[in-house]
Design a protein around this ligand. Structure first.
Ligand code: NAP
Length: 267
């Protein structure tokens, strides 16, 4: 499978890294990247072909991955080559629906939307996929293999689920990193040395995530096992409940899903 990435930023680099580690030939990967610094870094890191504009023949690629920001899409599609019907178009662009993509790509229907996340950088990502009915089983398998190279894959049954996936697992790493930043600050406030606070938070989050993945018990049950009656955890959880922490977090995820719905309309 030869792949042309349009946009060679954070997510494209993560996907390329995963593909290369799964044996994808570097000669079968090319990138279109307008940012000269990023373009030079991609070339130096992998020695792959890097274009400054989309080549009319797509560099011979059978799969094109759109990996630019939603706000950059209208300009890109304004001068995008007409795709041969057999070319598989995969878009990781948040918010852009297949209907808008199809319209911008002159009726192209061989379309799959993918929503990965940044742990893809270490092949620990999770991706939601949605394909139009016109996409063949073979092309579905190709895109599944591509995203599986950077983590696990879940097929969506309805495109509208993509906004929730974007809000949950697409944006989700930022919520966890924010929690970690806050806990590190709390460690400083409790006068732990910065390095120790940093390590304790990292190892605690890693341990909790691994435990949750290894156990059949739901997170609520795991939480109960930490919480001794009248103990320290109960004291902390009471403060979180008083601050309506769960409601605030749910509202944050709702806001992300709403923004995903709005992003289709950005120009
Ligand atoms: N980051 C995430 O966690 C994440 C997760 C899932 C999905 N996504 C989606 O993935 C897409 C890319 O996100 P990202 O974080 O990888 O963004 P990014 O790091 O900004 O990468 C996009 C790259 O494309 C370049 N570019 C802009 N216009 C271009 C054009 N016409 N042709 C070729 N290259 C062009 C940008 O250059 P400039 O910097 O000079 O503009 C930038 O280097 C977004 O649509 C986002 O919604 C992101």
């Amino acid at each position: 499978m030869s792949i042309l990435f349009v946009g060679g930023g954070n997510m494209a680099a993560a996907l390329i890294g995963g593909l290369v580690s799964h044996g994808q030939a570097l000669s079968d990967i090319a990138v279109v990247e307008v940012n000269e610094v990023t373009a030079a870094q991609l070339g130096a890191r992998w020695g792959i072909r890097v274009y400054s504009t989309v080549p009319a023949d797509l560099g011979g690629a059978s799969t094109v991955v759109l990996a630019i920001k939603p706000q950059q899409m209208t300009e890109l599609l304004g001068h995008f080559p007409t795709l041969p019907g057999a070319t598989l178009l995969v878009s990781i662009v948040a918010g852009w629906t297949t209907s808008r993509l199809c319209a911008g790509l002159k009726g192209h229907l061989n379309l799959v939307r993918a929503m990965p996340n940044t742990p893809a950088l270490i092949q620990a990502g999770v991706t939601g996929l949605f394909a139009l009915p016109e996409v063949s089983e073979e092309d579905r398998a190709r895109v599944q293999a591509m995203m599986h190279a950077v983590g696990s894959v879940h097929w969506l049954t309805k495109e509208s689920q993509m906004d929730a996936v974007t809000a949950l697992s697409g944006s989700g790493p930022a919520y966890v990193f924010y929690l970690m930043e806050t806990l590190q600050q709390a460690a400083l406030d409790l006068e732990l040395p910065a390095e120790m606070g940093h390590a304790l938070v990292l190892e605690m989050v890693r341990g909790a995530a691994l435990l949750a993945c290894s156990e059949k018990d739901a997170p609520a049950r795991l939480r109960q096992r930490v919480t001794s009656p009248g103990g320290t955890t109960a004291a902390a959880l009471r403060v979180l409940e008083e601050g309506a922490w769960a409601q605030v977090l749910k509202q944050a995820v709702q806001a992300a899903a709403q923004r995903s719905r709005e992003l289709e309309d950005v120009v």
